[in-house]
Design a protein around this ligand. Structure first.
Ligand code: BDR
Ligand code: CA
Length: 318
């Protein structure tokens, strides 16, 4: 029986890669996609998700949109070009616009609560963006954690080195209070795929070039959306020494944890929401100083050969 999953994302190029991996994997069944603010504003993320679903021929999957604001009601700056391009998918529009009437009117957080309850105990929540929708869902239904099988999060960092601010990872830094609520109040099993494990297992550019060599519908789409940011990376305008599809690492863990994960640690972790330099940083009590019960499992080592194999699934699928 495939595992039912609900994906909350802010697509995003690596969100697109992760969605294609899920859609091409028989181990999982994507029951819904909820849209969160993050790489770009939610309305644009929704358009991006519809573009991705169109390529995968899965426009039957329902899409729900969340708030433009953080859980505290803050608006984020969107006047600086995001790494993923102004439209979040490398500024390479499709010739045909998507049908936006496919977007469901129910709000993302209400949909999360409803669907988790419908699947009582058997749904995996996969979070690939800031945690605003999930934190809001916890506010709507404080027992949310008991209605899911597990929640897998791409986000946070555990060596204190950031990719968004000095000390914080992008998804957590977009909405630190939401990340803190999810980690400390979800009350269900949480797996964290943090920034470092993705960076440590990033793919060599030679392997990336081989991956994108085969012409296929998905490869052609990915090559097109990756072009602009990857040119910047490979000409050293952005510091990123290898191909690092963060969200796809998290999805690989969801698809086949036993093949991908080599080491994980059960710990207590929270998120700093007061620090001058550390706002949004994941704080891990490695030494058990706080004597708090473990609330997350952090993936610390993955099998990068198995991961590389998995990257071929979508491109061999369509
Ligand atoms: C995360 O930040 C976003 O830009 C990516 O989509 C990924 O979810 C990595 O820090
Ligand atoms: Ca993302």
């Amino acid at each position: 029986m495939p595992k039912s999953i609900l994906i909350d994302c802010d697509a995003g190029i690596d969100d697109a890669q992760a969605l294609f991996l899920a859609l091409s994997s028989p181990e999982v069944n994507v029951v819904a996609i909820t849209i969160v603010q993050g790489n770009v504003l939610p309305k644009q993320v929704a358009v991006n998700v519809l573009r991705i679903l169109r390529v995968a021929e899965r426009l039957d999957i329902p899409v729900y949109v969340g708030s433009e604001k953080s859980i505290l009601g803050n608006e984020r700056r969107h006047d600086v070009e995001p790494y993923h391009g102004w439209d979040g998918l490398g500024d390479s529009p499709d010739p045909e616009p998507v049908d936006e009437s496919l977007i469901n009117p129910e709000s993302a957080s209400a949909a999360i609560v409803r669907i988790c309850n419908e699947f009582r105990g058997s749904l995996t929540l996969v979070c690939l963006g800031p945690l605003t929708n999930v934190a809001t869902a916890i506010r709507l239904d404080p027992s949310l954690g008991q209605t899911i099988q597990q929640c897998v999060i791409m986000g946070g960092n555990y060596y204190g080195r950031g990719n968004s601010t000095v000390c914080s990872e992008f998804n957590f830094s977009c909405d630190p209070e939401a990340a803190r609520i999810v980690l400390t109040q979800l009350g269900g099993p949480i797996t964290v795929v943090g920034m470092e494990v993705c960076r440590d297992n990033a793919v060599a550019w030679g392997d990336y070039d081989s991956l994108r060599k085969t012409p296929s519908k998905i490869n052609d789409f990915l090559k097109r959306i990756e072009k602009k940011p990857f040119e910047k990376i490979r000409t050293n305008q952005i510091e990123w020494s290898r191909y690092t599809p963060f969200d796809e690492f998290a999805m690989a863990v969801v698809v086949d944890e036993s093949a991908i994960v080599k080491e994980s640690k059960e710990v207590f972790a929270t998120v700093e929401v007061k620090g001058e330099y550390t706002y949004g940083m994941m704080v891990v009590d490695w030494s058990k100083i706080l004597k708090r019960s473990n609330n997350v499992k952090i993936i610390t080592k993955v099998d990068n050969k198995e991961f590389l194999k998995m990257l071929y699934r979508p491109v061999n699928w369509k």
